[in-house]
Each structure stands twice: as structure tokens, then as C-alpha cells.
Design a protein around this ligand. Structure first.
Ligand code: PGA
Length: 261
């Protein structure tokens, strides 16, 4: 786990197109990450780049994560990647339940299987939850609660501490909108998620889980989100492909003190 450090996860999605560009981006980010005392940086590249980037990891501040994995260890699952393959590259963090995968038909049940598989294999699943849209009656809170409850079903208690939870409202992701969720709204959801986790796991286990935010994080809004919503890190998509912007997010997050909840 990232301990008291803030966790900043770069989700490169299906970018960049070429290995040499991935390597250039990774090396630049790695150098920036090495300067930051209070940050653990995780880069989640497309699978074909994992091998070459892994060879270029140096130090502990910047590691490689995965964007997805199947719950089975091996077998007839065309196009899938398993925990065994990721562990062969020493990968610890794996995104689970990203909305772009849910949009391809990934159900809560599949998310649950992935989360359990990652935990049982000693990995840290990064569980992403978030509503597609907000309604004035507040039904979106139920959406988030249900996603969390279903994902955690059957999770072994002693492994709960390895889970990272990310609130990522789908409507705030940069490919959908130009605006992130406001710090006030993130704070409100952060408090709600803590309550859901308390009810589900008890306060001790719930208190250990890092809660991050994702959705149009950029150098302009990163500081305010940490200071006003209490999240202890980010999942960054679009801005993680721009070295200058991502470096600035690391720099800002390194200095900011999250609101204590
Ligand atoms: P964004 O993506 O930072 O481009 O909004 C975040 C994500 O989808 O994980």
C-alpha cells in the first residue's frame, strides 16, 4: 500500500500508439516522480508496453500497474490477461471496474470476481465506482453504494487493507465533460463512501482504505480537490499523457494536506 503517501495513478487507456512514445513518457514521469517525497506514482499503460516499461523502472516511487485483468489464472479466454501474467511482471496494482469497461458489459458480478481474484493473488485492486449521471433526488448515492457493496461481496477480511477505492463519476471523465466534479460534491461523496464502508466492514477496516478521486483531474483543480475533499490521491487519464501537466499534478499533490475527515 501507499501508506501515508498519496497515490497518483496514471490511466493511459489506449494511448500512446507507439512503444517508443510510451517509453519517452514513462522515463520523463519516472524522473518527476522521483522528486516527490509524499507520492506513490503508478503508471497503467496498455498491456503491450508493460514489458519494456518494467525494464525501465528504477526506485520505488514509480511503478507499473494494469488497466484490467481476468479473474481466472489461465485457460480459454481469448483476448484476456490474467493475474499470473501480471504477477510475472511484478505488477501489484490493477484497475477494476473502470466505467469504460463497465460500458463494454462488465457487470458488478464480474467486478467482484476480479476484485477477489486480485486480492487472493496478493495484488491491490483499485476499485473504481461512480454514477453515470446525477439526479436531484440523490439516487446516484444508491448507485455508488450498490457498486461498492457488490464488489466487496466475499472479500477476505484480512485482505481488505489492500483495496484502493476510487470515486470516479462517469459524467466527470474528460472524454464526457470538460468539468470535474466540484470539491464540495467530492467531499459529500467521500463522506458517504466512508459511511458505506463503515457499515460494510467496521470502522477499523474501513479507516484503512485509501479513497481517491478520478475525473478530469488537471493541474488547475488538483490542489483544491485534495485540500477540500480529503481524498488522498487521484486516477488521472487525459492529463497523465502530458508530461508537463502530470508532473505539475505530482508536485501539487506532494505539497497539499488533505482535509482530515
Ligand atoms: P480523465 O480520465 O482524467 O481523462 O477524466 C480518468 C479516468 O477515466 O480514469
Amino acid at each position: 500500500m501507499a501508506g501515508k503517501k498519496k497515490l497518483i495513478i496514471a490511466n493511459w487507456k489506449m494511448n500512446p500508439g507507439k512503444e517508443k512514445d510510451a517509453l519517452t513518457l514513462f522515463v520523463a514521469v519516472k524522473e518527476e516522480a522521483a522528486l516527490r517525497q509524499n507520492i506513490q506514482t503508478v503508471i497503467c499503460p496498455p498491456f503491450p508496453f508493460i514489458s519494456v516499461l518494467k525494464k525501465n523502472v528504477s526506485g520505488r516511487k514509480c511503478s507499473i500497474g494494469a488497466q484490467n485483468m481476468h479473474w481466472e489464472v489461465n485457460g480459454a479466454y481469448t483476448g484476456e490477461i490474467s493475474s499470473a501474467m501480471l504477477l510475472d511482471y511484478g505488477i501489484k496494482y490493477v484497475l477494476v471496474g473502470h466505467s469504460e469497461r463497465r460500458a463494454f458489459g462488465e457487470t458488478d458480478e464480474m467486478v467482484n470476481k476480479k476484485l477477489l481474484a486480485a486480492l487472493r493473488r496478493g495484488m491491490s485492486p483499485v476499485l473504481l465506482v461512480g454514477e453515470t449521471e446525477r439526479d436531484s433526488a440523490g439516487a446516484f448515492f444508491n448507485v455508488v453504494r450498490d457498486q461498492i457493496t457488490r464488489a466487496f461481496e466475499g472479500a477476505p477480511r484480512h485482505l481488505l487493507k489492500n483495496i484502493v477505492l476510487v470515486y470516479e463519476p462517469v459524467w466527470a471523465i474528460s472524454s464526457h465533460a470538460a468539468l470535474p466534479c466540484s470539491p464540495e460534491n467530492i467531499l459529500e461523496m467521500h463522506i458517504f463512501i466512508k459511511k458505506v464502508l463503515n457499515d460494510l466492514l467496521g470502522s477499523v477496516a474501513a479507516g484503512r482504505l485509501p479513497i481517491l478521486y478520478g475525473g478530469s483531474v488537471n493541474p488547475e483543480n488538483a490542489g483544491g480537490i485534495i485540500a477540500e475533499s480529503g481524498v488522498t490521491g487521484f486516477v488521472v487519464g487525459n492529463a497523465s499523457l502530458d508530461t508537463r501537466k502530470f508532473a505539475r499534478i505530482l508536485e501539487i499533490a506532494d505539497k497539499m494536506k488533505p482535509l482530515a475527515l
